[in-house]
Design a protein around this ligand. Structure first.
Ligand code: NAP
Length: 538
């Protein structure tokens, strides 16, 4: 059924989002289960994250051969990635290829925003209202809105007075931005800033980077894939899939079983040196205890800080860049292409805004407590109100008219990151409480989409119409999520978006499940085998 033919507006399922999650969810529900399904997306095309994040240097930090759907060997055979790490344009092309291959676009209504969704208890249906004035009633409502889709634009006093253009990296103009001849400021040095800074520096007349928290970064060593590797990927999907499913983060490599502390300093250094040469997130897999032992972590942290100091020639810049206040990988570790080397360019400056905070913006630029920095254009690489905001923006009201924003006032209460008590038949793909952002996302997405689809298929087969978590099961799961985080060094990064700490007023709760993707997958399988344990079905 075409989105435009949607005359009755009564559906089996509505999916919000047309990224990796929404596309596969559409395929599963529409084609495999034969449901009437409508997809909605604010963008005018598919792609999700990769539709919006078109900033200079935007690239994935998962290796391309693993950043793919693995549910279809046919797809894997038909698509060939060109580089070790796929760039934004190539990923967007890939998602369009998948959508066209399965004829998915016709089931989405693009440029359409869901304004609200209310659960009608008597009818056991969700009532949806969109910004084009349409209303829909659906049995199942599925959030496929992504975890990093709500831009965090800092509320700096005077932002509206700045006379030049400013941009958030997650809302980048489709026509691109030409920084030639301009004095540009970049605020933020997370994964995004670290990717964008070298590319903007190559174009701008001058670049001033405003850094609040110094960050680790590992060289990506990106480059074209050779024919032998491309052939290996096509010939060995089972082998790669097995590794993706067996590892805690869903990446195509195993984590070492050796402790960093079991080797001599020289031996350990050699391991790090080799991993640095190989590049990418594999560095984090050098030893088994980098995220569980502070002492082990310090060895990696010190190695990287030493590298920064050796790469950055100006001692002041080197000190500001290497003065890192959290354990390595306690925040999502960026990978880069010539990031630290960029600070050796004469026209690139670095301002420590932890030392001298930004206090306002004027017509001419950014004012810190140390003075005014005159700028022609500003780029905010300031991240996202992650994980919860995209879901809260759906304006859900569940049983008894309770708003999700109230149910989540103290943090995102959920069961398995899949459902929320009091919000029947509402599912989240990679919601808070699931491994999600701690993994190579397509792996987590496929697992969730398949679990949700199996659950709906089971309900239909059994004549069941409603599913929601038992409050007690949800409370127990929230404890497990906390315990899993506490067993790692992840909560030690006090300013991390994993904790909601980047957003003023947001509850400080460690949101993703840190117990590992493979373990989580088994938990979900056990829940299913035990008759959807912890869920109430009616
Ligand atoms: P981020 O990690 O949250 O980094 C935001 C940066 O902006 C931080 O340096 C932060 O400083 C700074 N910042 C935020 N608010 C500020 C303010 N009011 N004033 C000054 N500085 C401020 O966001 P991101 O870099 O967009 O990355 C988010 C996530 O997206 C990543 O962790 C990753 O999961 C994903 N991502 C992945 C890739 C990839 O695959 N290669 C690329 C980009 C993004 P503080 O640290 O002090 O808060």
């Amino acid at each position: 059924m075409s989105a435009n033919d949607q005359t009755q507006h009564q559906l089996d399922a509505v999916i919000i989002g047309a990224g990796f999650s929404g596309l596969y969810q559409m395929l599963c529900l529409r084609d495999r289960l034969g449901l009437s399904v409508l997809g909605l997306d604010m963008a005018d095309g598919v792609g999700g994250t990769w539709y919006w994040n078109r900033y200079p240097g935007a690239r994935c930090d998962s290796e391309s051969h693993s950043y793919s759907y693995y549910f279809s060997d046919e797809l894997l055979k038909k698509w060939t990635w060109s580089e070790r790490y796929p760039g934004q344009a190539e990923i967007l092309e890939y998602l369009n290829f998948v959508a066209d291959h399965f004829d998915l676009k016709r089931s989405f209504r693009f440029k359409t925003k869901l304004l609200s969704a209310h659960y009608d208890e008597q009818a056991n249906l969700w009532e949806l209202c969109t910004d084009d004035g349409e209303r829909y009633r659906t049995r199942f409502l599925i959030s496929a809105v992504g975890n990093l889709s709500s831009a965090n634009i800092p509320a700096i006093p005077g932002l509206d007075r700045f006379k030049g253009p400013w941009y958030h990296t997650g809302q980048w103009p489709h026509e691109g931005v030409d920084f030639t001849g301009l004095s540009v400021g970049v605020v933020g040095t997370g994964s995004t800033g670290i990717q964008a800074i070298p590319v903007i520096a190559a174009q701008a007349k001058s670049l001033t980077v405003f850094q609040r928290t110094a960050n680790y970064s590992i060289p990506a060593h990106n480059g074209p894939l050779d024919d032998a590797f491309k052939a290996y990927c096509k010939d060995h999907p089972d082998e790669i899939r097995t590794i993706l499913h067996a590892t805690p983060n869903g990446h195509p490599f195993y984590i070492s079983e050796t402790s960093a502390l079991s080797l001599s300093e020289q031996e350990r250094h050699a391991v790090y040196e080799k991993a640095w040469e190989k590049g990418g997130l594999r560095f984090r897999a050098s030893f088994k205890d980098l995220l569980s032992s502070e002492e082990a972590n310090k060895t990696a942290a010190e190695f990287i800080k030493q590298k920064i100091r050796s790469m950055v020639k100006d001692p002041r810049k080197a000190q500001v860049l290497s003065d890192i206040d959290h354990p390595f990988a306690a925040k999502r570790p960026p990978i880069d292409t010539h990031y630290f080397e960029t600070y050796n360019l004469a026209h690139v400056d670095l301002i420590d805004i932890r030392e001298n905070p930004i206090d306002s913006m004027t017509e001419e630029g950014i004012r810190t407590t140390n003075g005014l920095f005159k700028l022609d254009a500003i780029v905010f690489a300031t991240g996202f109100d992650a994980m919860t905001r995209p879901i809260l923006n759906l304006n859900l009201r569940g049983r008894n008219g309770v708003a999700l924003s109230d149910a989540w006032e103290a943090g995102p209460i959920n069961y398995m990151g899949l459902q929320v008590p009091g919000f029947p038949n509402f599912f989240m793909v990679t919601g808070p409480g699931s491994p999600s952002v701690l993994t190579n996302m397509p792996v987590a997405i496929e697992q969730h989409v398949e679990w949700i689809s199996d659950c709906i298929a089971h309900m239909r087969a059994e004549g069941l119409h409603r599913v929601e978590p038992q409050p007690q099961a949800s409370a127990q799961w929230m404890q497990e999520v906390n315990q899993a985080a506490a067993a790692t060094l992840l909560p030690k990064a006090k300013h991390s978006w994993y904790l909601g700490a980047n957003i003023p007023g947001k509850p400080r709760v460690f949101m993703p499940y840190a117990g590992g993707m493979a373990h989580y997958r088994k938990r979900c399988e056990t829940i299913t085998a035990n008759g959807y344990e912890g869920f109430l079905m009616a």
